[in-house]
Design a protein around this ligand. Structure first.
Ligand code: GLU
Length: 279
């Protein structure tokens, strides 16, 4: 089976050298191994994503010499796919509505003796997990807004031990329960990063997920979702993050290293590829 890789930026700013590295890596692997390279725009956060940034991503990648196979998948055009996955999880009773506000969660965590910290921040204390069906319905009828959370312990119990293969680290056992009950649909958006990424990688037939090592722990959750939704599991390659001379990670707000900024001062595509570590 030939490899399918993808580059999946969020259009919340201009691409910088760190993105160039990630895109060149995924593109290069697909080309070397005779596979396909896909471009996906993770634009579910309407508050932060801008159409101009989406256009700039395509333009900057083309300028850099990166051509993607097929059309660009924009997550904002696929909410039905995420709703369908949520409906399946609902049928399996693996998700529940959570009415907590951020303030509720903070207060609950402050009140608990030991507020556990997961790989991506404080762990949700499970406040709404135990609400009765009656109470849930009553709150929904009252018009309270709610997120949908995954009952991670229940899903893990149903799935059993889960592993995935990282091309750099080797076999990894997924530890989703460390994250607590993550949000799969936000109050303001009918999906979340974890759900959209997992559904899209499955629907797009991605066989090798390349992404930064800052997302290594997120794979715990994605592997669990794959198991309960019956998706096949891609391989992963969590790569290092490029840093500047002072060892700081590049950020979209840092004009000096955006591809836009580098183009504006006359850098050529091959110079920028070299700056990103690709000769
Ligand atoms: N959209 C994510 C980002 O821009 C990457 C998602 C992924 O590769 O899984 O960091």
């Amino acid at each position: 089976m030939s490899v399918v890789t993808r580059f999946a930026p969020s259009p919340t700013g201009y691409l910088h050298l760190g993105h160039a590295y990630a895109a060149l890596l995924a593109h290069g692997i697909a080309r070397e191994r005779g596979g396909r390279f896909l471009l996906r725009l993770e634009d579910i956060d309407f508050g932060r994503c801008k159409p101009d940034y989406a256009d700039a991503i395509e333009d900057d990648l083309s300028w850099l010499g990166i051509a993607w196979d097929g059309g660009v998948r924009r997550q904002s055009a696929h909410f039905d796919d995420y709703r369908a996955a949520l409906a399946r999880l609902e049928d399996m009773a693996l998700i529940y509505p959570c009415f907590c506000t951020r303030a509720d969660i903070t207060a609950e965590l402050q009140a608990s003796v030991e507020a556990p910290h997961g790989p991506s921040g404080p762990v949700y204390p499970g406040t709404c997990r135990g609400l009765s069906a009656h109470e849930r319905q009553a709150r929904i009828r009252q018009g309270l807004s709610y997120a949908l959370r995954l009952d991670v312990a229940k899903a893990q119990a149903a799935a059993g031990a889960l592993f995935w293969e990282d091309e750099i680290k080797g076999p990894v056992e997924a530890a989703p329960t460390l994250h607590g009950d993550v949000v799969l649909a936000r109050k303001d958006t009918p999906t979340s990063y974890h759900l959209a990424v997992t559904v899209d990688d499955a629907l797009q037939g991605v066989t090798l997920v390349t992404r930064g090592e800052d997302l290594f722990a997120a794979t715990d959750i994605h592997r669990l979702l794959q198991a309960v939704l019956g998706y096949s599991t891609p391989r992963y390659r969590h790569h290092r993050l490029l840093t500047d001379a002072a060892g700081r990670r590049f950020a979209k707000r840092d004009q000096a290293v955006t591809l836009r900024g580098l183009r504006a001062i006359g850098r050529t595509p091959s110079e920028v590829r070299a700056m990103a570590g690709f000769a």
